[in-house]
Ligand binder design. Structure first.
Ligand code: FES
Ligand SMILES: [Fe+2]
Length: 480
């Protein structure tokens, strides 16, 4: 079998919308360029411009131990995860006084409790008697936390309220502060962050001006969590995360998106503190597959057209007219739950993915946000926890299919529980993420091979280099 036939077979394995170009048909590659810039018609008001490219070199990433060494896993906890600000939820997840949520990060567990107004308090979820974990529930409301082991009681503020059989403790044994120790927390426009680092600078400095400016248009304060899934993946957290900060794999791993997501022309911008932005061009096909693309619309086009409020008779006949039709329809909407005029045209259709170091990826659309994290496992460097939360603006219609939201309750009357799915449950991941879930462990397996000397990266994968640039600064002690 020739090389071309092998490629064709791989690309055709589960196409369900389109017949794609023959693999041996010529592709008009443009010469190498370092970055791609969005077309001007997607930003006529000049709200966002491409940030200068950064040359992060061409070295091969040869230190494979970062993906499987226990020593490195422990150093990462001490030098990175314990130092940075971590996004853990939203004020609307704990909507009233005494509502709480439990947040687990590796071996640590934290309770975040809502106070009066927008105030919150985060505390270690550990009884001060003999160290039992106080709470196992993810979300709830309580005036006090009662330890299940010997029934010591703590207020929702963390104050020790009651010691069972107090008279059997000698005074000296209790002459310590036995309240629940506080964890630093901060809220930015509804989002709750914590840090285990008492010396960390302010949250807004950590997020940086690019993040703050870019996220301005989104309705962060008003969103509701409508999907929340966690799953253990048999791969290191970095391997898993890497697959979500490059669009290079879309053409191979997600064939059903080839007609509607032009990841080849994704714009990647690198910010300070390891944060970044990837803009994936939605509603446009990958250039490699334009030849022979049928005129009719893909399901993804139809979702976006419906969301924009266009009825079927108003839909364009050809896919190339879809982006402009959606932008026009959204901007024409009056008295809608969203003011689309606050966004650049590109934000109305494209996927704006804001990444917060180390692994928070917020895929932002005006209507809803798909927020993923790949969290370190407490004791196994070759596993991680994949988490996805979808937050949506109440009153919107459909969300892009990759968000895998069905029958969402947007009433705000009930706090959605977290849904833990079995490690081999692909169905509950939705059609796109399941493909990543299948691929990522193959990388974890392959990197152990003596026959693999380390990753090489295209400039489509520049954010992986950027991640490791920041990672090395923390791991070497330059930062943190
Ligand atoms: S460990 Fe909590 S009351 Fe004993
Ligand atoms: Fe993917």
């Amino acid at each position: 079998m020739s090389k071309d036939e092998t490629v064709t077979e791989q690309y055709d394995r589960d196409d369900n919308h389109f017949q794609f170009a023959e693999a041996n048909a010529p592709i008009d590659y443009e010469p190498y360029r370092q970055s791609y810039k969005l077309p001007e018609w997607k930003d006529t008001k000049g709200r966002y411009s491409k940030r200068p490219s950064r040359d992060l070199g061409t070295d091969r990433n040869t230190d494979k131990s970062v993906y499987h060494s226990r020593d490195i896993m422990e150093q990462e906890w001490e030098r990175i995860w314990s130092k940075v600000w971590l996004l853990v939820g939203h004020l609307n997840d704990i909507p009233k006084p005494n509502a709480f949520m439990k947040v687990d990060r590796a071996h640590e567990s934290v309770l975040v409790v809502r106070g009066e107004g927008d105030s919150i308090r985060a505390m270690y979820n550990v009884c001060q008697h003999r160290g039992a974990r106080l709470v196992e529930q993810d979300f709830g409301t309580t005036k006090k936390f009662v330890c299940p082991f010997h029934m010591w009681e703590f207020s929702s503020n963390g104050e020790l309220l009651k010691i069972t059989d107090r008279e059997t403790f000698r005074e000296e044994a209790l002459c310590h502060n036995l309240d629940l120790p506080e964890v630093r927390s901060a809220v930015y426009r509804g989002w709750i962050f914590i840090t285990f680092n008492d010396d960390a600078g302010p949250l807004e400095d950590y997020l940086g001006s690019e993040f703050l400016k870019l996220s301005e248009a989104y309705s962060f304060e008003n969103v509701l969590r409508i999907r929340d899934v966690q799953q253990e993946w048999p791969a290191n957290w970095k391997i898993s995360h890497e697959a979500f900060i490059e669009g290079y794999h879309v053409q191979a791993t997600h064939p059903q998106l080839r007609g509607a997501v032009d990841a080849y022309h994704a714009q990647h911008d690198l910010f300070d503190n390891g944060h970044g932005l990837s803009i994936y061009q939605f509603m446009s096909p990958l250039p490699q597959f334009i030849r022979n693309l049928p005129d009719e619309l893909a399901e993804e086009h139809k979702i976006f057209l419906r969301e924009a409020g266009l009825t079927e008779d108003e839909w364009p006949k050809h896919w190339s007219e879809v982006p402009a039709a959606i932008i026009k329809a959204k901007l024409a909407k009056k008295d809608y739950v969203l003011d689309y005029s606050r966004f650049s045209e590109g934000q109305l259709i494209d996927d704006w993915n804001l990444g917060i170091f180390p692994t928070t990826e917020m895929f932002l659309h005006p209507e809803g946000y798909f927020i993923q994290n790949w969290l370190p496992h407490p004791n196994d460097p070759e596993k991680c926890y994949y988490t996805v939360q979808v937050y949506a603006v109440p009153g919107i219609g459909e969300l892009p299919s990759f968000m895998a939201v069905e029958n969402a309750d947007m009433s705000g009357k009930r706090v959605l529980p977290r849904h833990y799915i079995d490690t081999n449950d692909y169905e509950n991941l939705g059609p796109v993420i399941r493909q990543d879930r299948e691929l990522v462990p193959r990388v974890q397996k392959g990197l152990h091979s003596k026959g693999f000397k380390g990753s090489v990266y295209s400039e489509q994968e520049i954010r992986i280099r950027h991640f490791f640039d920041e990672y090395s600064q923390y791991m070497s002690g330059q930062k943190g």
